[in-house]
Ligand binder design. Structure first.
Ligand code: BTN
Length: 325
């Protein structure tokens, strides 16, 4: 059994029983020595779990931290691929960079890397993604879809829709999608996605889906130099979000969408993306490279490019950039 699975089972057993779980019962149930059980209890304590231990009675879980741990996350996680392996780090430069290196070294599809804080969180177009500790979700998922490199951008539809669905599952908020990959609540950015890919001419080796969601960040932490107004789920709803619960919901939604993508392609997910879009049919200002123009959004094509009808001239296909309402 993987080390994190032993942790998960110990927590499960302690949660299932109302009182104490004896060291002997745990060792029997898990097929490991009592010394190993003790080592795992010590490990769980160092992750912030308060576990009471009473001689002749055993162990009892008193409180769990709002940390995202592999044991908590994988307990009851109903997925086929996503989250098959979970790595949680206290601090790193960027979960995307860690996941990318792990994928280069052969990490299985569905591997998830999460950090409590990032010292160099990467945003789109070379921007920095603010990543204070203890409050948000910074997560990267390794996928190995059997598709061509040109189709890889379609995976953005998946992660954006998954984040929107997860927000709806754990809050009463109504998130909206803003091209290319922002999630807005009340018109303010609450999440961003950054996909990175390793590919050959014909085939994708792997894609890293990078997902940052502002969960419990307070206004003062949001930074004053942001290009677009930002918020967090806590600021928008007034309710703190349990980080493990949100992350589990997100991984489950991503798994369902990825399954569907592999069977049916991007069309049904793009349709949901469009339904959830904040800019469909609206007049916007497009900034792409050193060009700016205004027009009305007609939709997105199968490769994620924005289709905009300017006041004059032919329909424009915008491959990258920013839009403002
Ligand atoms: C954006 O600019 O909107 C994209 C932000 C993406 C941030 C996430 S946080 C987890 C992952 N690791 C990174 O370094 N970036 C992505």
């Amino acid at each position: 059994m993987l080390e994190e699975s032993v942790d998960a089972r110990i927590l499960e057993i302690m949660l299932a029983g109302a009182g104490f779980a004896s060291g002997e019962a745990l060792s029997r149930e898990l097929g490991v020595s009592r010394t190993a059980v003790w080592k795992h209890i010590k490990g769980l304590r160092s992750q912030g779990y308060r576990i009471e231990s009473v001689p002749a009675k055993g162990y009892r879980l008193v409180t769990a931290p709002d940390l995202i741990t592999p044991a908590d996350l994988t307990r009851g996680l109903a997925t086929r691929r996503v989250g098959g392996r979970v790595v949680c780090l206290k601090e790193t430069d960027s979960t995307n960079s860690v996941a990318f290196r792990m994928a280069e070294d052969g990490a299985v599809e569905g591997t998830v890397v999460i950090a409590d804080t990032q010292s160099a969180g990467k945003g789109r177009l070379g921007r920095v993604w603010l990543s204070p500790p203890g409050v948000n979700l910074y997560c990267s998922v390794v996928l190995r879809p059997p598709i061509s490199p040109v189709a890889a951008c379609q995976l953005t539809f998946l992660s954006v829709v998954a984040v929107a669905r997860a927000i709806e599952r754990v809050t009463t908020l109504s998130p909206q999608i803003k091209w290319p990959n922002d999630i807005l609540v009340d018109g303010k950015k609450v999440a961003g996605l950054l996909n990175e890919m390793n590919a050959e001419t014909e085939k994708v080796n792997f894609v890293v889906l990078g997902i940052g969601v502002n969960l419990n960040m307070r206004l003062g932490q949001l930074g004053s130099t942001l290009r677009h107004p930002a918020t967090s789920l806590l600021e928008a709803s007034g309710q703190p979000v349990q980080r493990v619960g949100f992350t589990r919901a997100l991984l489950e939604e991503l798994d369902v969408l990825y399954d569907r993508f592999l069977v049916e392609g991007e069309a049904p997910i793009r349709a949901e993306w469009l339904e959830r879009s904040a800019i469909g049919g609206r007049r916007v200002k497009v900034s792409s490279g050193d060009r700016e123009f205004r027009g009305t959004v007609q939709g997105v094509d199968a490769f994620g490019a924005l289709l905009v009808q300017p006041e004059q001239g032919p329909l424009e296909t915008v491959l990258s950039g920013d839009v403002t309402l």
